[in-house]
Design a binder for this molecule. Structure first.
Ligand SMILES: C[S@@+](CC[C@H](N)C(=O)[O-])C[C@H]1O[C@@H](n2cnc3c(N)ncnc32)[C@H](O)[C@@H]1O
Length: 192
C-alpha cells in the first residue's frame, strides 16, 4: 500500500468528502465488502458502540442499521456534518477524542480507518485513555491502522492501551481476522 498522507490536514487537503464516500460505493459495486469493520465489531455482539473518529459515518451508520446503538464523534466538523446529513436520526458530536467526556459507557469503542495515526502526535495517549474511560467493564477498544514510517508503532499503541488499563485480546492483519504475522496493517482488540 502506498504511504498515506502523514497528518490529517494534509489528508483533508487532498480529498473532498464526496470522493471519500464514493470510494466505498465503488468497492461495493465491484463486489467487495465495504463493511469489514462493521462485521468484525458486530462479531463481539455489542449493544452500543462509540464510533471514534467516525468521519462521514461509514462504519457507524452500518452498525446502527444492524440494530446497535451508535454515537459518532469526530474532531472535524465537516466530517460530522456529512455524517449528520447521511443519518440525521443518530447522534454525531464534533469533539477531539482526547477531550471526550460523555456520560455513556459503551461495549465497544471503534477506531476504524487510521484514526489513531491521524490524532495529532502528543495527543494519542490521551485519546486512547479517553476511549478506555468510555468503555463498560469488559468492553473492547478495536482499532485498525496502517503501520508506516513516522506513524505510531504497535508498541506505541500497546503502551497507550496498557497505561489506560487495557489488555491486548486479539490482533489481526485485516478486519477479516487474518492472523497478524507482521506487515503493514493491524487491527488490535484491547479489553478493559
Ligand atoms: C481516515 S478518517 C476515517 C473515518 C472513518 N472512521 C472511516 O473509517 O471511514 C480518520 C478520521 O479521524 C478523525 N480524527 C483525527 N484526529 C481526531 C481526533 N483527535 N479526535 C477525533 N477524531 C479525529 C478525522 O477527522 C477523520 O474523520
Amino acid at each position: 500500500m502506498p504511504d498515506l498522507p502523514r497528518d490529517w490536514n494534509q489528508w483533508r487537503e487532498q480529498i473532498d468528502l464526496d470522493r471519500y464516500d464514493e470510494r466505498w460505493r465503488r468497492m461495493a459495486a465491484a463486489g467487495g465488502n465495504p463493511h469489514g469493520e462493521a462485521d468484525l465489531i458486530e462479531s463481539y455482539q455489542p449493544a452500543s458502540v462509540l464510533d471514534g473518529g467516525c468521519g462521514t459515518g461509514r462504519v457507524g451508520v452500518e452498525l446502527a442499521r444492524r440494530g446497535i446503538a451508535v454515537l459518532g464523534v469526530d474532531a472535524d466538523a465537516a466530517m460530522i456534518a456529512a455524517a449528520q446529513a447521511k443519518a440525521p436520526d443518530l447522534e454525531w458530536v464534533a469533539v477531539d477524542l482526547a477531550e471526550l467526556e460523555r456520560p455513556e459507557r459503551f461495549d465497544v469503542v471503534a477506531l476504524a480507518g487510521n484514526v489513531v495515526p491521524y490524532v495529532a502526535a502528543g495527543r494519542r495517549g490521551d485519546a486512547v485513555a479517553a476511549c478506555a474511560r468510555h468503555l463498560r467493564p469488559g468492553g473492547r477498544l478495536i482499532a485498525g491502522f496502517q503501520l508506516q514510517d513516522g506513524w505510531p508503532t504497535l508498541a506505541d499503541y500497546d503502551g497507550w492501551c496498557t497505561a489506560a488499563g487495557l489488555g491486548l485480546e486479539d490482533r489481526f492483519a485485516t478486519w477479516d481476522r487474518e492472523p497478524y504475522v507482521g506487515g503493514a496493517y493491524a487491527v488490535s482488540v484491547h479489553r478493559l
